[in-house]
Design a protein around this ligand. Structure first.
Ligand code: BTN
Length: 269
């Protein structure tokens, strides 16, 4: 089941059929002083998600983590996460699946039609993740870093993509590329596109300047009514921009708020 592949990006690839977590492995490599390594696995037994959640990662997915040591201020680190979301979206689109980004860094399919209020009968009150309102999740990103003063030391961006996964084994509210396509996708090509795109978007400070515009173009969150569960409470309103970089700007009844992290739900307009 190997998905080892050639790559036109400045990373050496460490491929594993099975591993606990590619993020854990990348962090281990960071501790040993390595840089510019992509750890790629067919299956993870201890995949980790955002907010200390478990990430279900059976054989057939694209589970990968990129370790770099970018010479940028810590404040620009969120751009790497946004770049990974852009790269994943583009790779999915190249594979024929019309993906979009939900703030902060989920890659989704579907849900756009729901914005027009076209949610199926009888779905009101049901779990929005499970009914697909706001889209179904194709991929998630988990970034971990260690800084030195106000510079990034090492940065691990972990991307989990439900690539060739049968619908029966997907968590509720999730989608896979193969289920959308009706046939398996070429995972080598997908992973190579994702990594090459990520490398190009993060290649230099000038390249990083292009990340926010690229993210905005692919995001479905902006202009939508949202409900964000942030660390300091729930913020509800209209998402108007991303700034900061990476913070969601929300117009609420009490005025404009910036949300830096949290769970975001798209609401019906
Ligand atoms: C999320 O919660 O949405 C983020 C999920 C990130 C999962 C990926 S799979 C590859 C890498 N290794 C991990 O253990 N997690 C990330």
């Amino acid at each position: 089941p190997g998905i080892a592949f050639g790559l036109d990006a400045p990373y050496s690839v460490e491929y594993r059929d099975r591993i606990a977590s590619t993020n854990e492995r990348a962090r281990e490599l960071a501790g040993a002083g390595a840089a510019d390594v992509a750890v790629v696995a067919d299956e993870q037994t201890g995949g980790r998600g955002r907010l200390d959640r478990e990430w279900v990662a059976p054989s057939g997915g694209v589970w990968l983590s990129v370790l770099t040591r970018p010479d940028v201020p810590t404040a620009r680190a969120p751009l790497f996460t946004l770049a990974a979301a852009v790269a994943t979206t583009d790779a999915a689109r190249e594979a024929g699946v019309d993906a979009h980004i939900k703030w902060p860094n989920d890659v989704l399919v579907g849900g756009e039609e729901d914005a027009e209020g076209d949610v199926g009968e009888g779905h009101d009150g049901a779990d929005p993740e499970a009914t697909g309102r706001g889209g179904r999740k194709l991929a998630g990103i988990l970034t971990e870093m260690e800084g030195e003063a106000d510079r990034v030391g090492w940065l691990v961006v972990g991307v989990g993509v439900n690539a060739n996964i049968v619908p029966e084994t997907l968590p509720a509210g999730a989608a896979s590329l193969s289920a959308e396509r009706g046939e398996p996708i070429d995972r080598r090509r997908f992973a190579a596109t994702l990594l090459e795109r990520y490398a190009a978007l993060t290649a230099s400070p000038a390249a990083l300047d292009g990340v926010l515009p690229a993210w905005r173009e692919r995001a479905s969150t902006l202009g939508r009514r949202v409900r964000v569960e942030a660390a300091d409470g729930v913020v509800e309103g209209t998402a108007v921009d991303v700034a900061g970089p990476g913070a969601l700007v929300v117009d609420t009844d009490e005025g404009r708020r910036r949300v830096h992290a949290g769970d975001c739900e798209h609401l019906r307009d």
